[in-house]
Ligand binder design. Structure first.
Ligand code: HSE
Length: 430
């Protein structure tokens, strides 16, 4: 066998410990596949004294990850600290400037500083690997960079946040409110250090930014993403969606249109019979629509120690085998800056939920406004509750541009008969 590949690990949280365990448990299999051993020579974590149930005695311990990245006896620095800036960025930059390869699970860092890291890697001849940054155990980065590399990609659509998917699944299955499920999702350990990123769509957007760059050969452009989370989805939205034959999922979608690239993260109604609708709990899914391979769907666990460590080791195996690629698939100077399509140009169907007074002529007023803006109603649901009390009114409208929908809703919300802000959820049929 060749010389071992020496690695240093920055961060011994859930994923870092999962990595140590997997390297230990499957060491024979991994060494055979690499043609050499992978040896941990250094680690950095906040608490040296914590009993982690693993013997770290022979490993050099650092208190500062950025210093470890410059000094450790290692060819690879594995960054598992998290966070888009600060010590994680410093650690990766130090490693790359010292000509050491970086393996990271840090989607926030890549979404915000991916181009900076790519330039640093090019300058020193090192590489950056990030299979674990998107969709946990699903090898979606490898799939885009290698398996599907012959194709022009038209669209990526993914369930990219396990925490949100877990919440939406339990709301539907058990008729629970958002608030009732959020705490359980956090206790299960899927959530980000700042769990607000899970429910406000930012974590999914970090991942989408990476996928969009790989799929379309563009520079990462996090700021171009329209982001909405699941915080406003009520149990009644879930129930009405169910009744109409849909399920609600937080999706990240990037697609080519005639005028540019549309990138968006928001809750969507999708047909209940679709594969994506049946990806439940903390599972992730990524659907890639290609010109020759057609539509390829990847499903698997999107978070957790084992799946994420598995993805980190896939990158280490690549490095051990001497298999490296440009950071974002094509050389940095070939990445295009394609125009962004603004969200108000989005073409789609919509679900609208209103609370209205239960009087004659209310529906007529609302449909008149929709018609004035060229928005055509496909179906209406209204169930009378207590006579004289406001009632929920749910509508599905045919495909239209979002600016028409917004203009109509602005007028509708000003009607005396409309008792609360209209609630809109986009529908994705394909
Ligand atoms: N917080 C993330 C999720 C973990 O819930 O999907 C994996 O990135």
């Amino acid at each position: 066998m060749s010389e071992p590949l020496k690695i240093a690990i920055a961060g011994l949280g859930t994923v870092g410990m999962g990595l140590l365990k997997l390297l230990q448990d499957n060491s024979t299999t991994i060494s055979q596949r690499c043609g050499r051993e992978i040896v941990v020579t250094a680690v950095c974590s906040r608490d040296r004294t914590k009993d982690r149930g693993v013997d770290l005695g022979s490993i050099t311990w650092y208190d500062n990850a950025a210093r470890m990245a410059s000094e450790a006896d290692a060819q690879v620095i594995v960054e598992l600290i998290g966070g888009s800036d600060g010590i994680a960025l410093e650690t990766c930059m130090n490693a790359l400037q010292a000509g050491r390869n970086v393996v990271t699970a840090n989607k926030a860092l890549l979404a915000h500083h991916g181009m900076t890291l790519a330039r640093a890697a090019k300058n020193s001849g090192a590489s950056v690997h990030y299979e674990a940054a998107v969709a946990g155990g699903i090898p979606i980065i490898k799939s885009l960079r290698e398996g599907l590399s012959a194709n022009n990609i038209q669209r990526i659509c993914g369930i990219l946040n396990g925490t949100s998917n877990y919440i939406m699944t339990r709301m539907r299955n058990e008729s629970l409110s958002f608030e009732a499920v959020l705490k359980d999702a956090q206790d299960l350990g899927y959530a980000e250090a700042d769990p607000i990123f899970d429910v406000n769509g930012v974590d999914a957007a970090h991942k989408l930014a990476i996928l969009a760059s790989l799929a379309f050969g563009t520079e990462i452009n996090f700021d171009a993403i329209h982001i909405e989370g699941i915080g406003n989805i009520s149990l009644s939205d879930v129930e009405y969606a169910n009744e109409l034959g849909f399920r609600i999922k937080l999706l990240g979608i990037a697609q080519r249109t005639e005028t540019g690239i549309e990138q968006r993260v928001h809750p969507c109604l999708i047909p209940a019979s679709s594969i994506m609708a049946n990806v439940e709990f903390a599972y992730n899914a990524v659907e890639v629509t290609c010109d020759f391979a057609e539509t390829v769907i990847h499903v698997g666990p999107g978070a957790g120690a084992g799946p994420t460590a598995s993805a980190v080791i896939a990158d280490l195996v690549d490095i051990a085998r001497g298999h490296t690629l440009p950071v974002f698939n094509v050389p940095g100077d070939k990445l295009a800056a394609l125009p962004t399509v603004p969200m108000n140009e989005h073409l789609g169907k919509y679900f609208i939920r209103l609370k209205v007074t239960d009087h004659s002529g209310v529906l007529a007023q609302i449909t008149a406004i929709l018609s004035k803006h060229d928005v055509s109603v496909e179906s209406v649901l209204q169930r009378a509750q207590d006579p004289g009390k406001p009632v929920p009114l749910v509508m599905v409208v045919h495909e239209t541009r979002e600016h028409r929908m917004n203009a109509a809703l602005l007028e509708i919300s000003a009607l005396d008969s409309v008792m609360s802000e209209p609630h809109l959820i986009r529908i994705e049929l394909h």
